[in-house]
Design a protein around this ligand. Sequence first.
Ligand SMILES: Cc1cc2nc3c(=O)[nH]c(=O)nc-3n(C[C@H](O)[C@H](O)[C@H](O)COP(=O)(O)OP(=O)(O)OC[C@H]3O[C@@H](n4cnc5c(N)ncnc54)[C@H](O)[C@@H]3O)c2cc1C
Length: 354
Amino acid sequence: MNYDVIIAGASFAGLACAKVLAQRGCSVRVLERRADPGTGLHTTGILVHEAAELLELPAELYKPISQVRLYGPSLRHIELASSGYSFLATDTPALMRHLIQDAVESGAHFTLGTAFTHGKETGGRVIVNRGLASCRLLVGADGARSRVAATFALGQNRRFLLGVEVEYTGLTVDNPEAFHCFLDQRYAPGYIGWVIPGPKVMQVGLAAHHTQKPDMAAFTRHIAPLLHSQRPRIVGRRGGLIPVGGLAGPFCNDKVILVGDAAGTVSPLTAGGIHTALHYGNRLGELAAAYLHKNGPHPGDVLKHEYPRFQHKLLFRELFNRTPNWCFDAAIASPFAQPTAKAVFFLKKRLPPR
Ligand SMILES: Cc1cc2nc3c(=O)[nH]c(=O)nc-3n(C[C@H](O)[C@H](O)[C@H](O)COP(=O)(O)OP(=O)(O)OC[C@H]3O[C@@H](n4cnc5c(N)ncnc54)[C@H](O)[C@@H]3O)c2cc1C
């Protein structure tokens, strides 16, 4: 079958792109290696306020969280709150199924349980998986270790955090309305630990430089005084790589373009990538539709000016990596902790103007 666009990967970036392309009259097929994109998740699924604004989500899919508790290594903490800004903890499996349904209703076609394995440019088209289908433009929305990027010798992510997360029922936490963040280089070197009271499960997670496997058992023992259990049960696990080295370049050629984690658009500071995946997935959909049907510019020529460069955030990441634990405890105790942490958590996440 011939399509205008084939997208590898049915997650935030691929689904946003597929929906916009289909709405604009393009023929689009999404290949996804998982048979059910609501299973085998790697993400915690917290949406920043601006990401939530890009989606119209039914209320049962999320729980707004407007408080953050930030802990130092000694478990001393500060409380942060914002009346005008909230995060959304999501029922992520249901959210993914909702986004797929949305794209299907817009006219996108899906082949689930089928990975992109092979691609070749020939006669002005890209032939995918040795003749399964062909397209005028191939989109790699296939995550941190993109097979599309490797196949077409595009830029690949080189620096990662490794995140692991356990989902519990029967567990509560002090202040169950807050997002609990733990600064501690012993358990989360290079990042944080977290506890999120989600809409259905309690999510306890940890991320660290990808060369060091996070020790969830030790972290859970460390934060045990804050957890209260009534017969806790582990009901799921999530985990995966978070690319934090900034934009992977080159991110496109004439017939192939990367978006989302495949392109490295995750914030190196916060390691959040859902907002940018949705935003640039939408944007690539608009640009690709105009390029294919209205003689618009090549999407890569536009996105090279729009994709984030993260220079400052990469510097902050280096600084964070070198911060010893005593500094975190001293910072939490200082009068500057509140305004600085509030700026990181609650400041509006602006993306480069279009
Ligand atoms: C543990 C963890 C927690 C995180 N928590 C948050 C958070 O709370 N908030 C936030 O903003 N960000 C978070 N992130 C980052 C965020 O999940 C990603 O930035 C976001 O999911 C990127 O979306 P994407 O669509 O680009 O890629 P992905 O979500 O990685 O999706 C890639 C898709 O491609 C599919 N795929 C892979 N290879 C192939 C192939 N060869 N063929 C076909 N399909 C393929 C995969 O199955 C997957 O569906 C977290 C990341 C991790 C690892």
